[in-house]
Design a protein around this ligand. Sequence first.
Ligand code: TYD
Length: 334
Amino acid sequence: MRWLVTGGLGFIGSQFIRLVLRERAEVSVVNLDAMTYAGNPANLRDVEHDPRYRFHKGDICDAGAVAEAIGPGVDAIVNFAAETHVDRSILDPKDFLHTDILGTHVLLEAQRERGVRRYLQVSTDEVYGDVAAGDSTESDPLRPRSPYAASKAGADLQVLAYHVTYGAPVLITRGSNTYGPRQYPEKIVPLFVTNLIDNQPVPVYGDGEQIRDWLHVEDHARAILHVLERGKTGNVYNVGGANPRTNLELTRLLVEGCGRSMETHVEHVTDRLGHDRRYALDTAKLRALGWSPRVPFDEGLRSTVAWYRANESWWRPLKTGEYLEYYKRQYAQR
Ligand code: TYD
């Protein structure tokens, strides 16, 4: 079997490819990745010479690049390729609409034209918007509130429309906040850990009482594989870690885990525009399909901190150039 994975040089995509190569001997993987700032070849250095792995540099918005990556044919398309950072989407929404919506459209067309037997869209809990109480189920209305979430919701709706209109064999996973090794250091966990290692303060937005559900990247990758292999087409599956924490609670774990103190290393900064207070997922549907998360939160967070400590050569080069430019713009706006 041959699968096309898009965005496979990113955080979750690279973990998925490593998992598939390790545990599915019958599958070979073609990775189509545009190598934007978040697509990092170092994320798959350990498998780049695997004969079952092939890399294509290209953008999912480019139908020619997608056709070339598909080559003689693939049995499945798994779309991880997306612009994903809320703060960037607030600064500059256009790239989000382009990649997340148009890119998905191009892949859906490729699925249709080539008769690919399965299409999985990797989505996010952010499409449900702010959830004051209770848990979001898959049939809840989408109420995205950031340009990022709205672009992902737009893509989800296209995917589902292709199922209704053309009978496309699609699946969607909606994951909660994911953490673990190899996450670009703009997201809260790697940003805070790498700042703390460098004895720098960490910026907590607003009152820090916002709630996110935390899911280890290994559990997230396993859930996507599980849905790809066992999900019922036309269906959406929530993927959550059942670890709700306020940002301040998470910050305390990271600050103390790095041997620093809240008094000296936490800086309260102006809140994110339109900041969602809470996300929460009902994951009964995926659990009924036989998946559940395996990595306990405390252990996952400890090993994640240890990974960033042991892999400075992975993240230090990332905190230069484009990254510094982004932070300059980010804080100029606040
Ligand atoms: P983030 O990692 O950007 O994920 P998302 O916004 O998609 O959930 O942020 C997680 C939470 O942490 C979110 O409530 C915003 C907050 N946050 C901070 O307080 N400071 C930061 O520097 C960042 C990046 C995020």
